[in-house]
Design a protein around this ligand. Structure first.
Ligand SMILES: [Zn+2]
Length: 376
């Protein structure tokens, strides 16, 4: 399969990865700096472009790389603060629209979330201050131009990320600040609402001014905000539910040496939604229909690592969190350790939807709860 990201280093156990989209954006940024930003800045400083020792394109390339170093340091700050707070960090990936740090810290306190979000822009503010101060030293023209441009790049990164619009750091900070006073869902709804309003303004402004880049970024922010809200809504809805309420129960058992096509036939014959791979010595994992695409593979090769287990009565929230982090379905066992079902993502959405509909009847203004049917 075509790989989309390469790991180039590890820091405190966190893989640092480069996404393939960087290969396309780096030359574009280099050219933008070489033919637009650098000449404009130098003109403003009264320095002719040919005073540079380096060719403009080389200066552009150095600054494009420096931009991604600044983004990497920004993401590293988020990751290191998260690790210090006891969170799990999967990876930092540098890509076309900046960096992404995958952090599992759903239980962060408002204070922790605020600090974790602010750490990134803070790094850029410090880099900007250091570079702009260094630019005041008696340096050669090239170094002087580099320090100024690098300083402005970091100032831009800090200010842009502090805009209070999800999923930017400013939006996360706003949500964390609101959480001091409000429950998480209300805080998210408010922060996301403001973020959406701002990105809509950005989109309109971008379209009116013919600034396509601004319009694309605004659109990206608008859709990103919705994702955060629905994630928090699902998490809130799962509160109080158990694993048995979000599992498929039509499950078959297959041996690890069984080919994928045979597993598919077996599942179809028994009208099953999932297949647990096990033999008499151990359980290997779970296969869902979408895992069976490689028809030559055997069932045991299609599951990766150790399977996740939960008891039927385990709280669903932590089960789902573990599932999202490991990207694996969870096998649910009963009191006798017998597998009785599998928690899957569609079942989680179904349970969350049911819970929200059920809760509507309990809210003021909602329809009164009708008498419950009770089984004999
Ligand atoms: Zn950030």
């Amino acid at each position: 399969m075509f790989r989309t990201a390469w790991t180039f280093a590890h820091i405190r156990g966190v893989p640092l990865r480069l996404h393939v989209s960087l290969l396309f954006i780096l030359p574009l940024i280099a050219m933008g700096v070489a033919f637009e930003a650098a000449p404009r800045l130098l003109a403003r400083l009264g320095i002719p472009l040919d005073a540079l020792v380096l060719p403009p394109l080389a200066m552009g390339l150095i600054l494009a790389v420096a931009l991604f170093v600044a983004v990497l340091l920004h993401e590293l700050a988020h990751a290191l603060v998260a690790l210090r707070q006891g969170a799990r960090v999967r990876a930092i990936t540098l890509m076309v629209l900046g960096g992404v740090t995958e952090i599992d810290h759903d239980d962060a306190t408002p204070g922790q979330a605020l600090w974790m979000a602010f750490a990134g822009p803070l790094v850029n503010l410090v880099l900007a201050a250091v570079s702009l101060l260094a630019a005041r030293l008696p340096l050669g023209v090239d170094l002087h131009a580099f320090c100024l441009l690098f300083g402005f790049i970091n100032l831009f990164l800090a200010i842009f990320n502090l805009i209070p619009a999800f999923p930017l750091d400013g939006g996360r900070m706003l949500k964390a600040a609101l959480r001091f006073k409000l429950p998480e869902e209300s805080a998210t709804r408010l922060a996301v609402g403001l973020g959406r309003g701002l990105s809509l303004l950005g989109l309109i402004f971008g379209l009116v001014r013919g600034d396509l880049f601004l319009a694309i970024v605004a659109l990206f922010l608008f859709t990103g905000a919705g994702a955060e809200l629905s994630q928090v809504q699902v998490r809130t809805a799962l509160d109080g539910l158990a694993a048995r309420q979000a599992m498929v129960t039509r499950v078959v058992t297959v041996g690890p040496a069984r080919p994928a096509t045979s597993v598919a036939r077996h599942m179809l014959f028994h009208d099953a939604q999932a297949a647990i791979v096990r033999d008499h010595t151990r359980t290997y994992g779970v296969l869902l229909p979408e895992d069976l695409l490689d028809e030559d593979a055997e069932a045991g090769d299609l599951v990766d690592g150790e399977p996740l287990w939960a008891h039927v009565d385990d709280a669903l929230g932590p089960v789902v969190r573990e599932m999202r982090w490991t990207r694996k379905p969870v096998i649910v066992r009963d009191d006798c350790n017998i597998p009785v079902g599998v928690v899957t993502l569609p079942e989680i959405s179904r349970a969350a939807r049911l819970r929200r509909l059920a809760d509507r009847a309990l809210q003021p203004g909602g329809r009164p709860v009708e008498s419950e049917e009770t089984g004999a």
